[in-house]
Ligand binder design. Structure first.
Ligand SMILES: [Ca+2]
Ligand SMILES: [Ca+2]
Length: 426
């Protein structure tokens, strides 16, 4: 138990630390399918996630258009797609937010003197022209959201608002002081970094992760998604039982909130799964710390759940330890029609698995008659993880869909923003 406790503490410290802190686990020649952790699952019986998610794209790379840039040349994407560097040299870029004018805002997971960037592209050549560091003194400003001309920035315990941000870029980093919208969030650093979005109800959704690897938090604000008015008022619990979500989006038609959740550590290589969940309404509980995936009990807390509890299983149990972060519905016009309505997920990659997994962009294809069931979970882009050397050449974090239908993807390890575009092969 003492060893377990020490490992838990080490894990906590690592997960709170900056971008580059990774345990290098020993190599073990083992390949396990992402969702095989879930033997009790029958909700997804027709679901071909396992095989598809591990399908190697070798041979599927578009070699003609493969970039020679050493930052992208190893990335494999389906035919017709190209990965380019939109911006580089950034320090730990994390959440992305795009303004209607095309300014790309970038939060960072830097605990002290954290930066927020704004990237402009005035000549419209698909490469960022200028990177403004609009703040450099924040505490882990991982989350950014753009709304009504203002940039909202989430630190660990508070939400800031920079009004009329795009007219201030040239003053960077000496902008007008931000408005403190809400400073009532916990200051715990463990899973304290935030991902924020405005919903179709005009409210700002703000998750608060569990302050631990696994525990029964003593306050209901932990392990939740909260929401509030844009002025910070009426902070309320929206969903609970969520260990740590660092990516969510609202379904373009149903407007329901879909989100990824990172499973707990230290139960071995293959349980529990990370999750893609759907909150159909306010007030739902997604199981943490009592149940994971499709009703897998936690070995410590599983028996402590109240009998009247009603836990909602994920729509898709993802791979264990893949670290599913940013996710977006694809609603652009550039990609082929088969991609319409798909969910793209940035999987950051594992740190505590004997053989690394994740570190790729996956694609979930929903059943378009129900919009609630997934038909497929498969790899879209990969190559950042060198399985032979067990090394990462980069780690995807967040995804946004640009006005022209391309994807922007942040990478906190390589310090890069990628642009993934499509052109029909000739
Ligand atoms: Ca440009
Ligand atoms: Ca869950």
């Amino acid at each position: 138990m003492r060893l377990l406790r020490l490992l838990t503490i080490a894990a906590a410290i690592l997960s709170m630390s900056g971008c580059q802190s990774l345990i290098q686990p020993p190599l073990q020649p083992q390949v396990v399918l992402p969702t095989s952790a879930n033997p009790n699952s029958n909700a997804n019986a027709n679901f071909s996630a396992n095989a598809n998610a591990n399908k190697n794209l070798n041979g599927n790379i578009n070699t003609e258009e493969a970039s020679k840039d050493p930052l992208t040349s190893f990335i494999k994407v389906p035919p017709g797609f190209t990965v380019d560097v939109y911006a580089k040299g950034l320090e730990c870029p994390r959440q992305l937010a795009l303004s209607p004018k095309g300014t790309l805002f970038v939060g960072t997971k830097i605990n002290q003197n954290g930066k927020v960037y704004a990237i402009t592209n005035k000549n419209k050549d698909n490469v960022g022209d200028q990177v403004f560091t609009i703040a450099d003194n924040l505490k882990c400003p991982n989350g950014v959201a753009f709304h009504d001309g203002a940039l909202y920035v989430a630190e660990i315990n508070r939400i800031l608002r920079y009004d009329d941000i795009e007219s201030q870029l040239s003053n960077s980093p000496k902008l007008a002081p931000p408005v403190v919208v809400n400073n009532q969030f916990p200051s715990e650093g463990h899973h304290g970094w935030k991902y924020i979005r405005f919903g179709p109800d005009n409210k700002l959704y703000v998750p608060v992760g569990a302050p631990c690897n696994v525990c029964e938090p003593d306050k209901s604000i932990f392990a939740s998604i909260m929401r509030m008015n844009k002025d910070g008022s009426n902070l309320e619990l929206f969903a609970s039982g969520i260990r740590n979500t660092v990516g969510f989006d609202f379904h373009p038609q149903t407007k329901q909130l879909w989100f990824t959740d990172n499973g707990r550590d230290l139960l071995g290589d293959d349980i529990p799964p990370d999750e893609l969940n759907c909150a159909e309404r306010a007030g739902m509980n997604f199981g943490f710390p009592y149940r994971y995936g499709n009703n897998i009990p936690d070995p410590i807390f599983g028996g402590k759940a109240k009998t009247e509890s009603n836990f909602t299983p994920p729509v898709v149990p993802l791979g264990a330890h893949v670290a599913a972060l940013g996710m977006r519905f694809y609603n652009g016009k550039q990609f082929p029609s088969a991609y319409q309505g798909n969910i793209f997920i940035a999987e950051h990659g594992s740190w505590n698995r004997s053989k690394k997994t994740g570190c790729r962009i996956t694609r979930v294809i929903l059943d378009d008659t129900t919009n609630k069931k997934a038909n497929k979970y498969e790899v879209f882009a990969e190559g950042w993880l060198n399985q032979d050397k067990q090394e990462y050449a980069g780690r995807p974090v967040d995804i946004v869909v640009a006005d022209d239908g391309a994807l922007f993807v942040s990478d906190d390890s390589a310090g890069v923003i990628y642009r993934i575009s499509y052109k029909k092969p000739i």
